[in-house]
Design a protein around this ligand. Structure first.
Ligand SMILES: Cc1ncc(COP(=O)(O)O)c(C=O)c1O
Length: 380
């Protein structure tokens, strides 16, 4: 028997205590037990998403939350800006192009973070922009955008312009404060830093966003967020939810409370630092500058042939799964996820495996190099 290690940027491993909670047995979603579950979850969920307002839970993948934000917060004909710095900004662009919106794309080189000043100039050149959409972590490049600075740019452009953030691959791995960062709507999914299987998505909206969503004329049914908030007032959901995932979520939120969210965020940052130090000791180039490197996923470059050997050997000889590049970055980078139920010793395991693979492939001894660099990053 061999122990597998899943280090992709979603889905991610599930803690055994969460698996166990999810298999305790089904409860009816129109029962007082379920209402109690929803009531228990809500305050902790708000803390994790950094909001004092209600957080809706949809039973669908993260993309549904992206689309929900869009169809509830943009009216037909309205002008919006989408920051596209990778595959998931592109997802926002594709969703928007399905609807009758006036879409302006702000393209950012893949692997780079948005420069707030340049973005401000772009935004100021557009009239009557009603909403700005961005990722927090663009999973395809492993960049984290400077949300606080972007929030300020959006609000100084027009206080009523909504700032909508996709936090799918980072909520749970980094502190969020919607009010401080000027975020009106934050969405995320279950299968990444939140240590759950794929299947539920979250939508947090402040008052301004709720107001806009409630006075809205774009046709929508399952994704009408007003239904979710109305049901939430009764600690319920409008449709049959993924009950077992919500049971698991209760356990996840207990873990955040017991371990302390700050220490979990710190662990994520440590894993990033260890990995970057270790990968550099293996002579890999990072795709992203240190300042904007995500605490949940890391991307490194090499030539296509070497990347293929590394990914395949990690999988076949070391039972470690990592991810390749997407779209224009296919064959140019590999990505290692370090979010949720992943730990510093997992970084040691993947770096040790990389030392072995590269010592053989490059015919140069790397043993101990990445490990020493990672340990230094961990302990210093
Ligand atoms: C930043 C980001 N947004 C959106 C999505 C889409 O989520 P899903 O695949 O759950 O629909 C992902 C998935 O990887 C993501 O990383």
């Amino acid at each position: 028997m061999k122990q597998k290690l899943l280090l992709t940027p979603g889905p991610t491993p599930i803690p055994p205590q969460v698996t166990s909670r999810m298999s305790e047995g089904m409860i009816g979603h129109r029962s007082s037990d379920f209402n109690q579950l929803m009531e228990n979850i809500q305050p902790k969920l708000k803390t994790l998403l950094g909001t004092k307002d209600a957080v809706a839970i949809l039973s669908s993948s993260g993309t549904s939350a992206l689309e929900t934000a869009m169809v509830n917060l943009v009216r037909p004909g309205e002008s919006i800006v989408i920051i596209v710095s990778g595959a998931f900004g592109d997802r926002f662009r594709n969703i928007a192009s399905t609807y009758p919106f006036d879409v302006h794309v702000y393209d950012v080189e893949w692997g780079k973070a948005v420069d707030p000043e340049a973005f401000e100039n772009f935004l100021d050149s557009k009239e009557n922009i009603k909403a700005v959409f961005s990722q927090s972590c663009e999973t395809s490049t492993a960049v984290v955008h400077p949300l606080n600075a972007l929030g300020k740019v959006v609000k100084s452009y027009n206080d009523e312009t909504l700032f909508i953030v996709d936090g799918v691959s980072i909520v749970g791995g980094m502190k969020f404060d919607m009010e401080k960062d000027g975020i009106d709507c934050l969405v995320t999914g279950s299968q990444k830093a939140l240590m759950l299987p794929p299947g539920i998505a979250f939508v947090a909206m402040n008052n301004a966003a709720r107001q806009k969503a409630s006075n809205h004329d774009l046709p929508r049914f399952y994704l009408d967020i007003n239904r979710y908030f109305k049901a939430l007032d009764e600690n319920s959901t409008p449709f049959t939810p993924a009950v077992s995932l919500i049971q698991g979520l209760e356990k996840v939120l207990e873990i955040y409370e017991q371990d302390g969210a700050e220490s979990i965020f710190e662990r994520h940052a440590k894993m990033r630092d260890m990995l970057r130090a270790g990968l550099r000791a293996l002579d890999f180039e990072m795709l992203v500058d240190d300042e904007y490197a995500s605490p949940t996923v890391t991307a490194f470059k090499s030539d296509e042939e070497e990347l293929k050997v590394v990914k395949d050997k990690l999988q076949n000889e070391h039972q470690i799964t990592i991810a390749g590049g997407q779209k224009v970055l296919k064959g140019k980078i590999l990505r290692i996820g370090h979010m949720g139920y992943m730990f510093p010793h997992d970084m040691i395991r993947v770096l040790a495996a990389l030392e072995a693979i590269l010592s053989d492939y490059r015919n140069e001894k790397y043993y101990g190099k990445a490990l020493a660099a990672a340990q230094e990053a961990y302990y210093e």
